[in-house]
Every structure is written in structure tokens, then in C-alpha cells.
Design a protein around this ligand. Sequence first.
Ligand code: 5CA
Length: 441
Amino acid sequence: MLFSKSFIPILKNNPSEAVIKSHQLMLRVGMIKQSSAGIYSWLPLGFKVMKKIEQIVREEQDRIGVQEILMPTIQSSEIWKESGRYEDYGEEMLRIKDRQNREMLYGPTNEELITDIFRTSIKSYKSLPQLLYHIQWKFRDELRPRFGIMRCREFFMKDAYSFDLNDEEAIFSYNKFFLSYLRTFQRLELSAIPMAADTGPIGGNLSHEFIILAETGESKIYTDKRIFDVSSDNTKLEKKSLNDLRKKYETYYAVTDEKFNKSDFEKNIPEKFRLSTKGIEVGHIFYFGDKYSKPMNASVDYQGKKEFVKMGSYGVGVSRLVGAIIEAKYDDKNEIMNWPMSVTPYECAVIPLINKNDNLNLEKALNIYKYLSEKKIDTIVDDTDENFSSKIKKFNFIGIPFQIMIGKKSEGDLFEFKEIGKDSKNLSIEDIVKIIINKKK
Ligand code: 5CA
């Protein structure tokens, strides 16, 4: 991509409406644009990051055997009346009437719709388990949308649903998602802690929130620091292995505000391991048995009897993750954004010093761009005539992890190259490619 042709509308100053870093930065470097309260357009830079996150979430769902579908954003009120949630959901639900005066709504979540899809097609216990997910926009008319895309009204979510014959099988499904979430957040270079959580309007009595630590987070959390050392490596997709994994986490105290109990916290954790801080909820999983299947009559035949299926649901805030990654990775001191390689908007920036009447550096930059593109390195070239130091500052700000500067320091076949936040050195283009490709692995 040539910077001159890109759509990256960078603002000169921090927008005054933004109070937290991710919101400021996303507006400032032109990742998003607010269209109305709590509703945003995603511009190329932000959209690229979100799509990369979406793909990682997708791959980790596929890996545990969940099948992808796509349900609509607009739902009929009928199914919500069947489950009993139409009234209960309250003002957060955006209710709409169509031209026939039918009550419709913009889906805030999809338990009802998926249960309806399931019940019309699956009749035999032999088809279980069924694990299904989709990645789709949701709408919740939040009372106080804030922090940009972190708590907004329209947001992009991965929601998955499991259907099983009995509790034991359903917990197996739950635990598969538990593992899948740990792997997903690890690939995003986030350290997410699973915490015992309240179930709110989704319901049920088993639930974990996946929380990453950040001072600007909305959730107050209390945890034993030793939970950070638990590893999910070598966990097999088998009942025992998955049960053991969840148990390993659950031996450590880790709860959100609603479940906090001061005396338990102090009794169970030696003082040096106690951590009370704030975090951002990036995922939430629920087990709620037959809460929806019973009123909606979703059942299978098993040994001549009708059994209501046991269900769980599993959410990841795909759009929220863009902001959450910024909150977790921003280097305040040096004012540098550190995108994980797996989701960075561009992997490499080529920054030529361009003098009037001298095209040599620009030509070199364009040749490098061609070469890196052949090597499948996602590159942006700053072909504008902005001054050299403000170009460098700009790419630190956007957070492109690798940068090649073509200015006074580059000589012959060697180019000034740096990994963001580190010192630069002169290297050949072949060595540069090796370093970048190695980091991508
Ligand atoms: N049906 C369940 C699981 S699929 C459900 O809706 N869970 S949830 O309410 O916890 O939402 C799932 C995830 O979506 C949350 O963990 C959070 O990361 C994200 N999310 C929820 N509300 C918002 C919001 N207003 N803005 C941005 N992201 C949100």
C-alpha cells in the first residue's frame, strides 16, 4: 500500500471526547469513525486488525470442531416470547416494527434463534453434540456507551452454542470452549484469566469470564497471581484432560466484583500473591442446561424418551478485542503502539527520506516494497513528502512492528532497519526478510 493512496485519516491532536488510550488512538490514527452514539464505522486500518482477530478466533473454533454458520442480525420477537426473555431483556433490546406491524428486534445475542434452528432439524441423540458458531454484529442499547468500541451499542461478536444429551457431555463441550479461549487469547499475545462470573441475562449457574488486565478496564478483579503460571500446553481434547485443565485454574482464587468475598480472598491467598486490579472482559462462557430448550421444546429422542437438550453459549468480543489489545500493549512512556504480529495492520513500513528533485530514495523504497510483497510481507510505503522525522513518529504511533528507513544512514545494499521500540541497524534486504518471517511464525 502506498501511504499517499491509503485511507488513513490521521488527526493532529488527541480527540477531546476520548478518555482512554485505545479510544484516543483508534480515532487519532483513523481506525474508526463514530457515526452516532456508540455506533462506529471501521476504516481500513481498524478493519484490517479486526479481520485478523476474527480469523484467529475462527481458526480456534474450527480446531475444536465447532461448525460455522451465519444467522441474521434481525430476529422475530416470537421466539423471544417463547423463551420468556422478550420482556425480561428490557431497554437494552432495540425493538423494531416492520411494514406489516410485526415486532422484530436487532439481536443482542442468539440463544433463541439457534435453539429454533436446532429444534427444527435435529431429532436424534445420535446427532449430538452439536457445536455451532457465527461471527456477526450485535446491538445492545447500552445506557452509557463509552470508551469507543469497548462498550458500544453495535459490536462484532463471535457467539457459539452447544447442544448435548446430558450434563456430563455438556460440561465436556463447555471445557472444549474453555481451552479454545485460552488458545485464542494466547495467539493474540494476551494473558487472559478465566474467572468465576455472574451469568446475568443469559442465565445458568456455571460461567467464566475471560479477563485481561488493564487499569482502564471496567471490571474490578481479585486474583491469585499464581494463576498466570498455569499452562494449557499439552491439553488433549478429551474429557479428563480438559477437566484437569479447568481444575488447575479453579484452584486459584480469581473472581470479578460480583463474586468477591474479602474474607475468602484474605484467607485463601498469601499476601504476596494477592492481586486486586481492573480488567477487560474479552470473552464469556455460560452453561445453562435446559433454560432455553425446555420452554422452546428443543429435544431429542433417547431410549424412547424425550430429553430436552443441555445447552451452553460462548461469546468473544471480536471488536472489543481491538481496543483491549491496545490497552494491554500500548507503551505509554515511549508513546509506541506494540501490535502483536498476528494482528498488526501492516507488518512492515518502508520510510524513504524524500528530497525535492531527487527520486532515488523513493525508487529504492518502491523496489523494496515489491520485494517484500513477493515474500508475502504486508507492507506500507510512505511515499508522501512529509518530513522524515514526522514520518517515523507516525509509524511508531500507528505501531508498525518493523520499519525500514531509507535516509542518510542506509548505504549501498544495506538499509537502516528496526523493530519498533528497539535500536536500528544496517542490514541487507535478505536478512530483513528473514527476521520478519521468523517473527511471523
Ligand atoms: N450469549 C452470550 C455468549 S455468546 C453473550 O452474549 N455473552 S456476553 O454478553 O458476555 O457477550 C460476549 C462478549 O461480547 C463479552 O465478553 C464482551 O467481550 C463482548 N461485549 C458485550 N457487550 C459489549 C458491548 N456493549 N460493546 C462491545 N463488546 C461487548
